[in-house]
Write a protein that binds this ligand. Sequence first.
Ligand SMILES: [Zn+2]
Ligand SMILES: [Zn+2]
Length: 306
Amino acid sequence: MAIRIVPEHDIQRHSIAIAPLRLPQPRSLYRERAARLLTLAEGHAMADFLRFAARIAHHQDALVHAQPVALPDIAGLLTTCAAHELPPLSVDGWQRQPDWQALLDGLLERVRPDAGLPPAVQAAAERLAAATLAEREQWADALLAGDAAPVGPAAAPLLWAALSVYWSQLAAQLADYAAIASPDGQHALCPVCGSAPVASVVRIGDAAGLRYLHCSLCESEWHLVRSQCSHCDASRDIGYWVLDSEDAATRAESCGDCHGYLKLMRQDKDPAVDPVADDLATLALDALVEQQGYARTGPNPFLFGA
Ligand SMILES: [Zn+2]
Ligand SMILES: [Zn+2]
């Protein structure tokens, strides 16, 4: 059963400078995600699904190292976007370079012979490999707008995996944090690419105690104070839900104003938490929070069409 627990006091140290944005580190991120998924798969009721996701994350890691993507000179664009509070690598405004199609080809070359993947995934990879560049562009446009139907549920995670490797590599090169603005009071979408967050994470280390939302596409993280809804910014009726133990590293944060929820991972409870992996390993929590009348506000890249 789901247990609603009392929120803890906000332990943020407001005296320190808070980085508004944490850019992704794709050269280690996918490798760590693959390892985390394999750890979570041990003894898990959905072990096969978690191992499938681990294989895809493993291939994403290989792609980052084999096919680096260079960010074009966008100094002027960054200035304009910052002035108008727009995400510089917006999913609906950024002109995707052909590199992303090459990344998709690279991914499919790894997925197609991978006997560790389910036949349905390999069939989806064959279909993507046989598609024209124009078809793939149309499917990508639809998927980035939240519509997985044109590409289909089996192929959607593969398409997204390639798009994520493309966007995360670009985002990692946006070294000028100060040039990226988050619209006042709006935290629902990534300030880098405009996608919804998969979950939020309370970090340790140099950001100890600070909560960041994690982008489902470009893997950037943006700061949001704790005990505030990441979807509508209300803080009046925030609830926390866990599955079995109040000490669980993953909890769901619900909002009585917009009736949305998103999961929150506590790195101080488990340093290895990964927003995508730990979200997939706690789908039972989704079912129970949805029974309470809340609707999820951000996607998991492995659950399109689910
Ligand atoms: Zn993003
Ligand atoms: Zn809300």
